[in-house]
Structure formats: C-alpha cells, structure tokens
Design a protein around this ligand. Structure first.
Ligand code: F6P
Length: 341
C-alpha cells in the first residue's frame, strides 16, 4: 500500500515517534511505501511531500518536534482545498492518509474524510483535550516539564517571600494546570472550565502567609478567566485561525494579588518550553502504539476513525465522535485538586 502521513497544528513531543512507528510498521512489516507530507495540510494541498524510509526515521524516536514540519491552516482555505487534496491523493495513488494532530487538525481530517479521502487520524496535543481517548501523547511530557518548573519556583519564591503565579498552556481546558499543580502541591489552581473567584484565591494565599508560610504558588491555565465583573480584566482578540489571543492571566492575576495582599507577586509564563524537547517514556510508548494501530486501520480500510487509548487498549473511534466535544476537566477532578490545596 501507499500511505501518506502528516503532522499539523501546534507541535508536541512524540510526533516523531508516531512517524517512525508508521514507517516501521508500514515498510518493515507490510512492505508499504510511506509518503511524508511537509508542513501539515499545506503539504497535501500543495503537493509537497517526500518518501519516508527506514533510514529517514532512524534516530528520531526520542527527538522532539516533527521532522515533517507543521503549520496551522485556516478552515476556509481547507474547505476550498478538499477537491485539490483528493486529486493529489489519487495522483499519488495513496491508499490511506494518517494526519497526526489536535482538535483543529482532526476537524480538518473529518472534513476531508467526509469529502471522500481515506483518513485515519492520530490524536496529539499537550493539552489532553481530545474526547474519546483517555490521554494524548505530549501531555505527560508537558506535565513533567511544568512540574519541574513549579518545584524550582518554590525555592526562589520562599527565599523572597513571594507569590508565584505560573501560567501553563491550556486554552480551553486545564488538564496541564490540574496535573502539574497537583504534582507540585500548588496552593491554588485556576482553569478555563471554571471562572475563578478572586476573593477565594486571595484568601487561600493570605491564610497561608498568616500561618507563617513564606511563599505561595498559584497555577493558572492560560485560558482561565475570573468570574465576570469581579476584577479588572483585559479581554483578548481573535487571530486568523479563530483562536483567542490571550492577554496574560498570570500577569493580571499577579498584579491583582499583589494589590490585595500587599505581598510581592511574580508572573511566570512557561509557554512553549512545555512543548519542546524529548518526550517522556510514557509519551514515546503511546505515540508508537498509535502509529502501529493507525497503519493497521489503513490496512483494514477503517477510514474516518482515530486511534484512541481506552484503558490499556488502543481502539478506533469515529472521527465525528472525537471532534464533537472537547474533553474538559470534570468538576469532580477539580474538587480533588481543591482538597489538595
Ligand atoms: O494546542 C496546543 C497549544 O500548545 C496550546 O496549549 C497553546 O495555547 C497553543 O498550542 C499555542 O499555539 P502556538 O504555537 O500557535 O503559539
């Protein structure tokens, strides 16, 4: 068979492990030919591709980023490109296409799948917000990086008796903030799913200092917002991909806490460090399993599906179900983190 593979959207640790696994399973076990599209959907829409051999994926298992490159694509551009993508796919004699991506990529994959392209998606995102899969690869690495950063911030915060307000990635969901905050013993965690009460956050921190503690760590997901009209809040605009441009929750929250508490507060924005570098062992294994199962799905003709981790099994889930809703932090998981506080 001839199978195309591409990585699209924001990168994440483990993408190369999937690409390698697709090539190993396809070429070495099935005798397939694997074509890598460059820079995500752009490669498919503009016909930019190269053959992927066992040699070309040698040594990339532990490498962060993606050897194929990645871009975001505007939905309107993609809609206009379905017929063109189908033609490229036919001209190249592709039997299947494996796009590896997050919410936006999988929505695009659904569009192309509905347009008749033979698609099997692989979910990725450090945000862990794809429904139907227990976990996405990249998440474990991001949580590990964020936890290490939080641990380090504690010592400098304590030396200076400061509040550290640490902004982690997560535009719509607070999974990284929840897990890293829990792992590092943060004193307050705020997530997009639940507008925060500034009085409550202030009281948690005040009470801590009143007990003689010398620092506090507040973790916030980048998409977190206060309850309406409870503190001064600068709203954001939207970029060309329809994504909200954030105005800096850590900066605004630390300013407010400093004002309310009379204690020094510092915003720390961890940003893309969470997405860079080598994947953890957990992410390498999950990514490798996803790649293996995606090739099997193409061979079975199970198009219009994504690979998903359910318990310890990798199953196939319809693309339509995977993109219907985001997997948000449920109230009971957030309640466990509050207990920790
Ligand atoms: O979707 C993954 C993600 O890392 C989000 O957590 C974050 O908001 C976004 O990508 C950042 O995107 P960009 O790389 O375009 O700045």
């Amino acid at each position: 068979m001839r199978i195309g593979v591409l990585t699209s959207g924001g990168d994440c640790p483990g993408l190369n492990a999937v690409i390698r696994s697709v090539v190993h399973r396809g070429v070495a076990d099935h005798g397939d030919e694997i074509i890598g599209f460059e820079d995500g959907w752009r490669g498919l829409l503009e016909g930019a591709h190269r053959p992927l051999t066992l040699d070309s994926v040698s040594g990339i298992l532990a490498q962060g980023g993606t050897i194929l490159g990645s871009t975001r694509v505007q939905p309107s551009h993609l809609r206009d490109g379905v017929a063109r993508a189908k033609k490229y796919c036919e001209d190249l004699g592709l039997d299947g296409i494996i796009p590896i991506g997050g919410e936006g990529t999988l929505k695009a994959a659904r569009l192309l799948s509905d347009g008749g392209l033979p698609i099997v998606g692989v979910p990725k995102t450090i945000d862990n917000d794809i429904a139907c899969t227990d976990v996405t690869f990249g998440f474990d690495t991001a949580v590990s990086v964020a936890t290490e950063a939080l641990d380090r911030l504690k010592t400098t915060a304590e030396s200076h008796q400061r509040v550290m307000v640490v902004e982690l990635m997560g535009r719509h969901t607070g999974w990284i903030a929840l897990h890293a905050g829990m792992a590092a013993g943060a004193h307050a965690i705020v997530v997009p799913e639940r507008p925060f009460n500034i009085e409550k956050v202030t009281e948690v921190v005040r009470e801590r200092f009143d007990r003689g503690k010398k620092f506090a760590i507040v973790v916030c997901a980048e998409g977190a917002k206060p309850e309406p009209d409870t503190m001064h809040w600068e709203a954001g605009t939207t970029d060309i991909y329809g994504h909200e441009r954030f105005t800096g929750v850590a900066t605004q929250l630390s300013r407010e806490l400093e004002h309310r508490l009379g204690k020094e507060a510092r915003p720390v924005i961890l940003g893309h460090v969470q997405r860079g570098g080598t994947p953890t062992a957990y992410d390498r294994v999950l990514a490798t399993r996803f790649g293996w199962h995606a090739v099997e799905a193409v061979h079975k003709g199970a198009f219009g599906h994504i690979t998903a981790l359910q318990g310890t099994d990798i199953n196939l889930v319809p693309l339509a179900d995977a993109v219907a809703d985001l997997k948000t932090v449920p109230a009971e998981r957030y309640a466990e983190a509050e207990t920790v506080i």
